[in-house]
Design a protein around this ligand. Structure first.
Ligand code: SAM
Ligand code: SF4
Length: 326
C-alpha cells in the first residue's frame, strides 16, 4: 500500500500518454512556443504496462489515462487495450476530438466512464479558447458516447470574463441529457496567464447557478475532488471543483505519472521522481515510488495556500498542465 506521512493511501494513478495535443487551450499550454517531447523520451507501451503493474501490485485500483491529448498518440489503442487487461478500473480524460476512432477500444478495455473537456457551448468561443475548429466534432462525439451508454463527464474550466456567463447554459444542457458537468476553478501553471482576478470560485459558480435554479446537494465520496449537485427533473447533474479556493488535499489519493515517466506526487509539486530511467537501467523502481509518496507535501505541493489572492506566479515552479497530465 502506498501511504504518505499524512496517512493518505494512494490508490489512483493518472498516466499521461503524451504531452502532445491537437488543441491549444490557452490555460493549459505555455504562451511561448512549446516543444513537444521527442517520442524516445516517452514511456513506451510495454514500459507503461510494467509500471502500471507495479503500481497495481502496491494497491492502485484505478487508472486514468490523460495527457496532453491521450488519443493523438499513435499506439493509444494498443495501450488502452493492454491496460484494460490489468483488472483495475480504467478511465480516460480526453478533448474528444478523436473519440469516434476509439469506441471499440474503450469497450474492449472495459472503459465505462469518459471525462471530456469542453469550456463553451459556442463554436466561435471554442475556436478562441482552443485555437482549433473542432467544436462540432466534440459535440458529436459526446453524443456518440452517450449513445454507447458511456458515463460522460464534461470538464469546464471557468475563467472570469470568458465563460462564467455560460454556466447556466451548461446547466440547461443537463436537463435532457444524462451528462455530469464539472465546473473547475482555473489553476496556475507555467506560462498559462493565470491571475487571481481570473478565478471564479466555487461559491461564485454556485451563486450564478442558484440565482436561476434550485439545487440539491448529492453525496460526495471520500476521495472526491468535486462537490456534487443536481437539479430536480434534470437527467444530468453537475459539480464544482474547488482546487484553489477550498483545496481537497486531505483526501488526496492521486499519483501522477508524466509521459516521460516521472512521478509527480501532487499536481503542484516541484519535485519529480524519474521512474523511467530506473526502469530502463534495471534499478529499484518501487523504492523510488515509496520515497516519492513519503515526500508528498500536506497541501498544494507546498507551493501556496488557499489564499489564492497572494499567489505570485513568478514564484511557482511547475510544468505546464499539458506536460504534467491533468
Ligand atoms: N487533453 C485532455 C483534455 O483536455 O481533456 C486531457 C488532458 S487536460 C490537461 C486534463 C484536464 O485539465 C482538462 O479537463 C483541462 O480542462 C484541465 N486543465 C488544463 N489546464 C487547466 C487549468 N489551468 N486549470 C484548471 N484545469 C485545467
Ligand atoms: Fe490539449 Fe487538453 Fe490541454 Fe486543451 S486541455 S490543450 S485539449 S491537453
Amino acid at each position: 500500500m502506498l501511504k504518505d506521512r499524512y496517512n493518505r493511501v494512494h490508490n489512483y494513478l493518472r498516466i499521461s500518454l503524451t504531452d502532445n495535443c491537437n488543441l491549444r487551450c490557452f490555460y493549459c499550454m505555455p504562451e511561448e512556443d512549446y516543444a513537444f517531447m521527442p517520442s524516445q523520451q516517452l514511456m513506451q507501451k510495454d514500459e507503461i504496462v510494467s509500471l502500471a503493474k507495479l503500481f497495481i501490485a502496491n494497491g492502485v485500483n484505478k487508472i486514468r489515462l490523460t495527457g496532453g491529448e491521450p488519443l493523438v498518440r499513435k499506439d493509444a489503442a494498443a495501450i488502452i487495450r493492454a491496460l484494460g487487461n490489468l483488472g483495475v478500473e480504467l478511465t480516460i480524460t480526453t478533448n474528444a476530438t478523436r473519440v469516434h476512432h476509439f469506441i471499440d477500444d474503450f469497450v474492449a478495455a472495459g472503459i465505462r466512464s469518459v471525462n471530456i473537456s469542453l469550456d463553451t457551448l459556442q463554436p466561435e468561443k471554442f475556436q478562441l479558447i482552443t485555437r482549433r475548429d473542432q467544436f462540432f466534432t466534440v459535440k458529436n462525439n459526446i453524443q456518440l458516447l452517450l449513445d454507447g451508454n458511456f458515463k460522460v463527464k464534461v470538464n469546464v474550466v471557468v475563467v472570469k470574463g470568458l465563460n462564467e456567463q455560460e454556466i447556466p447554459d451548461f446547466i440547461e444542457w443537463t436537463r435532457a441529457l444524462p451528462i455530469h458537468v464539472r465546473f473547475i476553478e482555473f489553476m496556475p501553471f507555467d506560462g498559462n496567464r493565470w491571475k487571481s482576478n481570473k478565478l471564479v470560485t466555487w461559491k461564485e459558480m454556485l451563486a450564478i447557478i442558484t440565482s436561476k435554479y434550485e439545487i440539491e446537494a448529492q453525496e460526495n465520496l471520500p476521495n472526491d475532488t468535486s462537490k456534487n449537485y443536481r437539479i430536480k427533473n434534470h437527467l444530468g447533474s453537475f459539480a464544482v471543483i474547488s482546487t484553489m479556493s477550498a483545496p481537497f488535499c486531505a483526501g488526496c489519493n492521486r499519483i501522477r505519472l508524466t509521459a516521460d515517466g516521472k512521478i509527480k506526487n501532487c499536481l503542484f509539486s516541484q519535485e519529480e521522481t524519474d521512474l523511467l530511467s530506473a526502469l530502463r537501467s534495471g534499478n529499484d523502481v518501487l523504492g523510488l515510488i515509496e520515497q516519492s509518496i513519503l515526500a508528498k507535501q500536506k497541501e498544494l505541493g507546498g507551493q501556496f495556500s488557499k489564499d489564492f489572492e497572494l499567489i505570485n506566479t513568478d514564484d511557482l515552479h511547475n510544468r505546464s498542465m499539458i506536460a504534467i497530465g491533468g
